[in-house]
Design a protein around this ligand. Structure first.
Ligand SMILES: NC(=O)c1ccc[n+]([C@@H]2O[C@H](COP(=O)([O-])OP(=O)(O)OC[C@H]3O[C@@H](n4cnc5c(N)ncnc54)[C@H](O)[C@@H]3O)[C@@H](O)[C@H]2O)c1
Length: 432
């Protein structure tokens, strides 16, 4: 293979939450980075030195610095970016559709464009979470087919999963070891050397592309199954009148127990989605499928409890705190609130949503009525559900809901004594 001496020009395809952070970190480490994104407003902002991603400590400053030092610019033409690159990093989403089948539409588009512009010696690294085997058999093959080049001979093919957590992406990029798999030893060595310099992070080379791909899916499956297990235990604790938070603390004081926290549901674009990359590829029945079902059924379980307190929820004013799938992020993908809305609609409740991350207009798009704590309507709320424990909720005074009879704490984060002292019934998940 014709090798480049130095990997100084990097194309990052997909400048979303993760791609922009990757691009900014690499540019700040001295590389010339061209980001490619199909969204023109993302491209324009980056070319003004601005980040479209908020709530990520350090990111806005890094994007600004990269822009000022002329190390980062963006284009909506992937071909243009790839033509100039020694290394191409791909971080556009692979999703699932309504039937839980893998949805490759964004990735296939990106791969086609990359294949048109790739040159001999280029290293292509996929970072998106994907089903096992896709880097070699789907994306690598497509690049070979279109470009006429051969993976492992004419271009390097690598997979390295992104494992970062929203709200601390920049920190995690530096601190988590980078798991790297490649098509051959030459590609692996080049990728390890690139990541050590470009990301200044520890690396963890593994023996194949598929090992690296599966390590990320397995991580997500582990978390989903662990949460399902503790949810099941929490239901039992509730039947027995035992407080689950105390049980978890006591059990985990022994080093072999790693029980998670129970909760009203699992949302976001990772944990509820990636188990299907496993389930869809030859393991339709088993623990993973069951865990998905258990976690998605937690909303129904919780609303059943709420309903029992009222007799009927018909006509009751129920407020959900948090549209986002979790605290302090502005992201609705697979949010448990969407499942709660279905449950509450079936039972005829009137639903209100508060979420400081969203404007009233953004909340109204989900077909529900937004509620501010200054609205008079707070006085008419019959029940409150804590779904995403955003920072401002830490100081929320529940006495603004004088008519409220029940507080359903879906994340086991509220102060039971304080709520009970207001004459409201407190229900947690496995804590009553
Ligand atoms: N967000 C997370 O917390 C997280 C954590 C770990 C791993 N990941 C992985 O990172 C991937 C990307 O996540 P994200 O949060 O950055 O997504 P995102 O939705 O914020 O960004 C995706 C970006 O890709 C762009 N895009 C889509 N198709 C494109 C194409 N064909 N060519 C160029 N650009 C294209 C979109 O316009 C968007 O800006 C996920 O699919 C997942 O595999 C995400």
């Amino acid at each position: 293979m014709e090798r480049k001496i130095e990997d100084k020009n990097v194309a990052v395809v997909g400048l979303g939450k993760i791609g922009l952070a990757l691009a900014a970190v690499i540019a700040n480490n001295g590389y010339r980075v061209i980001g490619a994104d199909i969204n023109p407003s993302v491209v324009s902002l980056v070319n003004e030195g601005k980040s479209h991603v908020k709530n990520e400590p350090g990111l806005e400053e890094m994007v600004k610095r990269a822009y000022e030092t002329k190390r980062l610019y963006a284009t909506y033409q992937t071909v243009e970016a790839v033509k100039q690159a020694d290394v191409v990093m791909v971080i556009v989403p692979v999703l699932i559709d309504q039937n839980n089948e893998t949805d490759y539409r964004y990735m296939d588009l990106a791969v086609n464009e990359i294949a048109k512009a790739i040159q001999k010696g280029t290293m292509v690294i996929f970072e998106t979470t994907v089903p096992v085997g896709d880097t070699r058999n789907r994306f690598g093959k497509k690049i070979e087919e279109i470009s006429g080049l051969v993976a492992g001979e004419d271009f390097h093919l690598v997979y390295s999963p992104e494992r970062v957590y929203s709200n601390r992406i920049v920190e995690d990029l530096a601190n988590y070891p980078k798991v790297i798999g490649a098509i051959n030893i030459e590609s692996l060595q080049r990728a390890v050397s690139f990541y050590k310099k470009a990301m200044k992070c520890e690396t963890m080379p593994v023996s194949s592309l598929e090992t690296a791909e599966f390590s990320k899916v397995a991580e997500c499956v582990y978390r989903d199954v662990n949460i399902a297990l503790v949810n099941e235990l929490a239901k039992f604790a509730s039947m027995k009148g035992v407080a689950m938070d105390e049980v978890v603390q006591a059990s985990n004081s022994q080093p072999f127990s790693h029980l998670h926290k129970p909760g009203i549901g699992v949302g976001g674009h990772c944990i509820p989605i990636y188990p299907f990359f496993f389930i869809n590829k030859g393991l339709p029945k088993g623990l993973t499928t069951l865990a998905r079902t258990i976690n998605d059924a937690m909303s129904e379980y919780a609303i059943d409890k709420l309903e029992r307190e009222f007799g009927s929820l018909s006509g009751r004013n129920i407020l959900i705190l948090g549209l986002s799938f979790r605290e302090n992020v502005k992201e609705v993908t697979k949010s448990t609130t969407l499942l709660l809305l279905e449950q509450l609609a079936q039972r005829g409740a009137s639903v209100w949503i508060n979420d400081p991350q969203f404007s009233k207009e953004e909340i109204a798009k989900y077909g529900v009525t937004p509620l501010s704590f200054s609205d008079e309507m707070t006085e008419q709320i019959d029940g409150v559900i804590m779904q995403a424990y955003h920072e401002p909720y830490r100081t929320l005074d529940f006495s603004i809901f004088p008519k409220c009879k029940v507080v359903l704490d879906g994340r086991n984060v509220l102060n039971k004594e304080e709520i009970s002292a207001l004459g409201m019934k407190y229900i947690g998940i496995g804590i009553e």
